[in-house]
Design a protein around this ligand. Structure first.
Ligand code: CTP
Length: 402
């Protein structure tokens, strides 16, 4: 399945462009989200409207369209994808890729990406056999571009031979194989906490915080994409459930702890929730205003879920990762927190109001472990999730080889 995978489908010119439309449907059936770019050649065979209708997203055509650039620049188009699929890939587009040309939106997106690329060539058999095309394919293969097909069979203009685009289902299988190759956490169980907790004061009021749950949810999504079996214990958030993740909704810190303990044993625990440190003793009756008196709340300490998981004895996850939301001395405080809570890694972030981290989409992380600190650049929360998942995969790989 391709849940949560973002595919940029580039459709170039050729009669096989109509199969590109079928490919959109097949990829979406498997849970992928698909954005399409149509070259000028492709638009001789199919319309952006059909691609948009099938993908459920705007179809992109023009490098210099102001609307397209303001909504979605070519760099973002490529970067906000997990894989670029070129189907059909014409001889002309393959040549542009090999030569590093960037004179339209498709070739520019292909040059401006560091994401994996899969091409499904389609062309006349003489073009396929031409030394130029074969040299271009060799160049692309040496750069790591993956290829599916072409097949041999009937071609346009009553000809037949090598050059028929692979069938959409074959392309889907190749896409799945690319992602499966990246499934470094298959067989690993993960637990992620996310969002705030709400601690009731009375039946209508509660103590809460500004956590959006974006970071925790993105981490769960990234772990599943690497093949982990992931449970996400989430406080109240607006975030949609990440596809393929088991989500347990909770409200209070104590409910969150109970849900985490139920999820054990796991190999990986990532505590990204902004758990309320304190709760009130609470009351079943609504507090009423009384002239001249201001109620005072008596706070009691909540369990520290990260510390509990880190000290769970023989049920301790192999790798326990916490966050440190700091406003000053970010790294030094995080180092102290790591030791105090007995976890393996702390992802420290500056949550001062000026950074906009709480509720925002960007995050700047310092990963603190027993060896030192790794400073990450400012990334989207989704990219932080993916980088952390890769880092976790590398941890287990290193472990296996020692
Ligand atoms: N955490 C937790 N349970 C709590 C409090 C915090 O699991 N009751 C986890 C958070 O999910 C995070 C880490 O502990 O991974 C750090 O939380 P943070 O609020 O930054 O630190 P605190 O321990 O609350 O310390 P302080 O507020 O003093 O900085």
């Amino acid at each position: 399945m391709l849940h949560g995978r973002r595919i940029l489908l580039i459709i170039s010119g050729g009669i096989a462009a109509y199969k590109g439309l079928d490919l959109i449907r097949r990829l979406k059936e498997r849970g992928a989200s698909v954005r399409c770019v149509l070259t000028a050649g492709a638009q001789q065979f199919i319309t952006p409207l059909s691609a948009a209708a099938l993908s459920g997203e705007k179809a992109y055509t023009d490098l210099f369209s102001l609307t397209d650039e303001s909504e979605m620049g070519h760099l973002r188009l490529a970067q906000e994808s997990d894989l670029l699929v070129v189907a059909p890939a014409s001889a002309d587009l393959l040549a542009k890729m090999a030569g590093g040309l960037a004179d339209d939106l498709a070739s520019t997106a292909l040059l401006a990406t560091d994401k994996p690329i899969l091409v499904a060539p389609a062309m006349n058999f003489r073009m396929w056999g031409h030394a130029a095309t074969q040299a271009n394919l060799a160049t692309l293969a040496a750069r790591g571009v993956k290829r599916i097909g072409p097949n041999s069979g009937p071609l346009a203009e009553n000809e037949s031979g090598m050059g028929r685009m692979a069938e959409p289902l074959e392309i889907v299988a190749a896409v799945e194989a690319i992602f499966a190759g990246a499934a470094a956490l298959t067989g690993k169980r993960a637990l992620v906490t996310s969002g705030p907790t709400h601690e009731p004061i009375d039946p209508v009021r509660y103590i809460a915080n500004r956590s959006s749950g974006k970071q925790g949810h993105a981490i769960a999504a990234a772990l599943v994409q690497l093949g982990a079996d992931c449970t996400l214990v989430s406080g109240p958030t607006e975030e949609p459930d990440p596809p393929g993740v088991k989500v347990v909704q909770v409200t209070t810190a104590r409910e969150m702890l109970a849900a985490c303990e139920t999820a054990l044993p796991v190999d990986i625990a990532v505590c990204a929730a902004a758990v309320a440190d304190w709760r009130t003793e609470g009351t079943d009756a609504k507090l009423k205003k009384k002239e001249g008196t201001i109620p005072s709340l008596t706070l009691v300490e909540n369990p520290d879920i990260l510390a509990r998981l880190s000290q769970a004895g023989d049920r301790r996850p192999k790798l326990v990762v916490g966050f440190a939301a700091e406003t000053e001395n970010v790294v030094a405080n995080a180092q102290a927190k790591r030791v105090r809570k007995n976890c393996d890694w702390i992802l420290a972030n500056d949550v001062s109001p000026a950074t906009g981290v709480f509720g925002g989409d960007q995050n700047t992380i310092h990963l603190v472990d027993a060896q030192g600190t790794e400073d990450w650049p400012s990334l989207t929360k989704r990219d932080v999730g993916e980088r952390l998942a890769q880092r976790i995969a590398a941890f287990f790989k290193a472990e296996k080889s020692t």
